[in-house]
Design a binder for this molecule. Structure first.
Ligand code: DC
Length: 225
């Protein structure tokens, strides 16, 4: 069973995908982490302004998920980079990977391969229901008001001891939305056949319950933990 969750930054995708995957007892794939890892590598190699080299390295890098962990651990060339991936310095440059058509081609290929290997997956990103898994069993599109998404981002940053200002974060979120939607290849887009969930006034449990209700109707035999 493949379940895709797409939506903008701060819409609650990651937390919902993780909780849904745990309830269904299947792996969760954080595709944003893959773009972040390619950008982190470009940052470390000082090749941020060289799209050809970023694409070349992307094909040679080893991006491996350890699905025995929940959330799955992403190993970049066998190195645990989980703490680095969400640092603002990496978030700011992730567009060098996300906007690069060759990087997208390679990561889309790897994501489909992971889908084949795992068989079942809750996968979240911007293009999962549109490009990567157009034939997915269930597609959800999450969204929330920008102010609420900014507040959630601040809470995440503060939990890591990173101070943040509402107006700055809101500004970044609006700019990232525009960049994600305007991307020539693999833009943030709502799949035509996705179910919309506005999470602005929903708790995480309510969001996941709404998804489970849909899965139960179409696949009543699914085990839910
Ligand atoms: O979901 P996230 O914030 O970790 O994503 C990081 C960046 O990667 C974000 O700017 C959009 C991009 N991304 C993408 O282009 N396609 C995906 N499938 C996932 C993320």
């Amino acid at each position: 069973m493949i379940i895709t969750i797409d939506g903008p930054a701060g819409s609650g995708k990651s937390a919902a995908a993780l909780q849904l995957a745990r309830k269904l007892g299947i792996p969760q794939l954080d595709t944003g982490a893959m773009y972040r890892a390619v950008a982190l590598d470009a940052l470390e190699q000082h090749i941020l302004t060289d799209p050809d080299r970023i694409a070349q390295r992307c094909r040679l890098l080893s991006l491996r998920f350890d699905f025995s962990r929940s959330p799955a651990l992403l190993l970049l060339n066998d190195r645990d980079v989980s703490d680095l991936l969400r640092q603002p310095s990496v978030t700011q440059v992730t567009y060098v990977a996300a906007d690069n058509p060759w990087v997208r081609e390679e990561l889309v290929r790897q994501q489909r391969q992971i889908g084949k290997e795992q068989g079942s997956l809750v996968t979240e990103g911007r293009d999962q229901g549109t490009i990567v898994f157009p034939g997915a069993d269930f597609k959800f599109y999450l969204n929330a008001h920008p102010e609420e998404r900014a507040r959630r981002r601040i809470a995440q940053l503060e939990a890591k001891g990173i101070p943040a200002e509402l107006n700055d974060v809101l500004d970044q979120i609006v700019k990232r939305d525009m960049r994600d939607q305007a991307r020539a290849v693999g833009p943030l887009a709502r799949p035509d056949d996705a179910l919309d969930i506005d999470t602005t006034d929903l708790t995480l449990d309510q969001t996941v319950d709404a998804m489970i209700a849909v899965v139960r109707v179409k696949a009543p035999m699914t085990a839910i933990h």
